[in-house]
Design a protein around this ligand. Structure first.
Ligand SMILES: Nc1nc2c(ncn2[C@@H]2O[C@H](COP(=O)(O)OP(=O)(O)OP(=O)(O)O)[C@@H](O)[C@H]2O)c(=O)[nH]1
Ligand SMILES: [Mg+2]
Length: 316
């Protein structure tokens, strides 16, 4: 029972986190789907416009509308309720393709599992590391943080604060140190302590800054020298509020490093939560986690059915 109410509470938080997107979406949807007596092509045109304003993106919107169009042709969409259900099913199917748990080595007795965080300035990399550390600790894993953002003194202080809060060690050097060297140091330190996991922070960089993108490739190579199977995950942190621009960030970062997954943050602060569908339709990179707040527990694994449910369910 306790577990059930706990998961209801977590779902409530997700729903609350997605409130801005849901309001934009479901208000329009309610008028559209439940206001009309019969469903016709005009309904689908209006739905198309609605999806586009919620940042679902051209490609994903097209996929959804084509699906509904086909169903309309087969007379499966007689009423608003049927449209709603068809939309729900199609959206879930699209997002299922984007689900993906972390792929980490099971055996970390000799060398640690390594997760490298990358992304533009302010996307939420450092905060996500703090939240992730807490999740791993709950799973009884030992964690070490690597302060690979050596650009500003404040960056390493911010990571130190998360380390302290979680009670985990942070390896850092003075500002201006070579980030690859700091991370290598952290890996060696984790190796000798038999730590399960290293979470490596990096400084924010614009995907258009060639030199800084090269630096990421170097960090990647240096990690590979420590363990040629590492980094086991390279997570690109994207601010959902960036909307469609997040897609071009993802493409550029993927050119520099092998991005194995996405973390979509700040869904609580934006009405652009439809961006997950654009990611699903256009990128094919799994969304590993979503951030729905600044708190330590506000990071959730991405679950397609839950996301669609939270997005389409009516307000309480
Ligand atoms: N509301 C909300 N705020 C978030 C979330 N994730 C991160 N933030 C906030 O976003 C701001 C930037 O987060 P950081 O973790 O410092 O971002 P960063 O990518 O490390 O930034 P740089 O190191 O400057 O590149 C902080 O104020 C965080 O608290 C989220 O899911 N929701
Ligand atoms: Mg940071």
């Amino acid at each position: 029972m306790k577990e059930q109410s706990q998961s209801a509470g977590l779902f409530g938080r997700l729903k609350q986190g997605l409130a801005k997107t849901r309001t934009r979406f479901t208000d329009g949807l309610a008028d559209l789907v439940f206001g009309e007596k019969t469903v016709d092509i005009d309904t689908l045109d209006d739905l198309e416009a609605l999806l586009l304003t919620a940042d679902v993106g051209v490609e994903a919107t097209e996929q959804i509308i084509i699906d509904l169009h086909d169903r309309l042709g087969r007379s499966e969409l007689g009423n608003g309720g049927a449209v709603y259900q068809a939309l729900h099913d199609k959206m879930t199917a699209m997002l299922v393709a984007c689900e993906g748990p972390l792929q980490l080595p099971a055996d970390t007795a000799q060398t640690p599992a390594v997760i490298l965080m990358v992304g533009v300035n302010g996307a939420g990399k450092t905060t996500t590391i703090g939240k992730l550390a807490s999740r791993f600790l709950k799973d009884k894993k030992s964690v070490l943080l690597a302060a690979g953002d050596t650009f500003r003194a404040a960056a390493s202080e911010q990571l130190q604060a998360w380390g302290k809060r979680n009670g985990v060690p942070v390896i850092s050097q003075q500002p201006g140190a070579d980030p690859a060297a700091v991370i290598f140091d952290a890996l060696q330190s984790a190796g000798s302590r038999h730590t399960d996991l290293v979470l490596a922070d990096t400084s924010g960089r614009l995907h258009t800054q060639g030199g800084l993108m090269d630096e990421l490739s170097k960090i990647n190579r240096v990690i590979g020298k420590f363990d040629d199977s590492a980094p086991h995950e390279t997570l690109l942190v994207l601010d959902a509020g960036n909307g469609q621009n997040a897609l071009s960030q993802a493409r550029s970062f993927s050119d520099a490093v092998n991005v194995t997954g996405l973390v979509l943050t700040k869904l609580d602060g934006t009405a652009k939560g439809g961006i997950v569908f654009a990611i699903a339709a256009e990128l094919g990179i799994p969304i590993k986690f979503i951030g729905v707040g600044e708190g330590i527990d506000d990071l959730r694994p991405f679950v397609a059915a839950e996301y669609v449910e939270a997005l389409l369910s009516k307000a309480d």
